[in-house]
Design a protein around this ligand. Structure first.
Ligand code: SAH
Length: 398
């Protein structure tokens, strides 16, 4: 097999069969070849810097009922919370003071007017509260708040968010349908990704690896989906069972398949790096949930982004998307020192006071600016005719 793998690794463009061969490698020597090729591509295309995005999980209220997710609306054992504006801003300021150039604001999904107004306000305030000599335009803000109306995406963008993460979860429509209730459509999610791009966001997507019924062909198609959608960032991680969800019935399957799921998640990072070259790829917390050194391994397989946990400790255990989530007791300062040590241990360096946009996004914005002869301008905000309105359940005013 080693020769076949070597031949694939010599190619510049990988086809579907190549992706499948790489994703199904099992011999340790083959896996090491793939890993080191991905690491080499990363260092050549993106450099050895690791970008931090301080993760602020600001609310676990959710109108969705994803079959895998611990904070789904039907899980009534969850203690629901929403951080106050001051708490969110304090967390973002702490990140900026530590030299984290960016934050991620993540929450369950809500689409009511109170939520939209609140988040728009929070974004604008983070921008002004984090602006300094080191970060003249304030911290970079990535949003991860699910499917929203185009008008809401536009308002968040205008308020200062410039990156958006929305995972497709599974690019195969049947696999997607097998883990979501009927009223959650994959088409709508794809429309959302397109709208985000049209507005001007840098767009990230990703999948869960190890969904029951998922094949290597599905994963290869996921990589092709990322390529065709021309995304700037990838956030993927292993699927991990949460017992209080409909997919809790897969606990047996999951326990038996853990090692394979973990190894495949690492291979997916490497294959995405080899196929997509200069995108940002996150080494996600779910990798560390499976193995203590999971996130360092993600970096060694070609990832270059880490999202240190900066959610206030008292609510962290209420944001359990899956079981065994790490770092739920450590405070943010502890997470910071611990992570830095882990990153240095794999020969990489932490970027300081840097938004950390992907080389791909920077390359694209440069060529757009050249085209328009408007150096340094932001993309033009433009709203297309959107999909029909989403259903949103009312929540009390924040
Ligand atoms: N509501 C937002 C963000 C919160 S969920 C959204 O849907 O985009 C963020 C991600 O957590 C999801 O995209 C999903 O891929 C991941 N996730 C949820 N449950 C999980 C589980 N049981 N195992 C692994 N990842 C999970």
């Amino acid at each position: 097999m080693t020769t076949a793998i070597n031949n694939i690794l010599q190619k510049d463009a990988l086809d579907r069969n190549d992706l499948i061969t790489l994703l199904t490698a099992t011999a340790p020597a083959d896996i090491e070849l793939i890993r080191s090729a991905a690491e080499k591509t990363l260092l050549a295309k993106c450099g050895n810097k690791v970008f931090y995005r301080g993760l602020i999980e600001f609310s676990n209220l959710c109108v969705c009922d994803c079959d895998y997710c611990g904070i789904r609306k039907s899980n009534h054992s969850v203690n629901r919370y929403t951080l106050s504006k001051d708490e969110i801003i304090a967390a973002a300021k702490w990140c900026a003071e530590q030299g984290y150039g960016s934050v991620v604001l993540q929450s369950g999904e809500r689409r009511d007017a109170a939520f939209t107004d609140f988040l728009e306000d929070v974004i604008a305030e983070i921008k002004s509260a984090t602006a300094s000599e080191k970060l003249p335009n304030g911290a970079g803000i990535t949003l991860s708040v699910g499917e929203q109306e185009p008008q809401s995406y536009e308002r968040f963008y205008k308020a200062g968010a410039h990156r958006y993460l929305l995972r497709i979860e599974a690019s195969d429509p049947k696999l997607f349908a097998s883990i979501h209730p009927q009223d959650q459509s994959q088409e709508r999610r794809i429309d959302c990704l397109k709208t985000l791009r049209q507005i001007g966001y840098q767009v990230g997507t990703g999948v869960m690896i190890g969904i029951p019924g998922q094949t290597a062909e599905n994963l290869a198609d996921d990589v092709l989906f990322f390529r065709d959608m021309d995304v700037d960032m990838i956030g993927m991680g292993p699927y991990i069972v949460h017992n209080a969800t409909p997919m809790g019935v897969y606990a047996g399957y999951y326990n038996e398949s853990k090692d394979r799921i973990f190894q495949t998640a690492l291979l997916m990072i490497a294959v995405c790096r080899l196929a997509l070259k200069d995108v940002n790829i996150a080494s996600t917390t779910a990798l560390q949930a499976m193995r203590d050194d999971g996130r360092e391994l993600g970096l060694r397989y070609g990832a270059n982004v880490i999202m240190p946990q900066t959610t206030p400790v008292d609510v962290r255990r209420d944001y359990l998307l899956y079981e065994g989530k790490p770092c739920i007791d450590e405070d943010a300062a502890h997470c910071r020192t611990c992570l830095e040590m882990r990153i240095r241990s794999v020969g990489r360096e932490v970027a300081v006071d840097d938004w950390g946009d992907s080389k791909k996004a920077l390359r694209k914005s440069k060529s757009n600016n050249n085209k328009n002869n408007m150096e340094g301008t932001m993309p033009i905000v433009m709203i297309m005719e959107g999909p029909p309105p989403l259903r949103g359940e009312p929540y009390p005013t924040l």
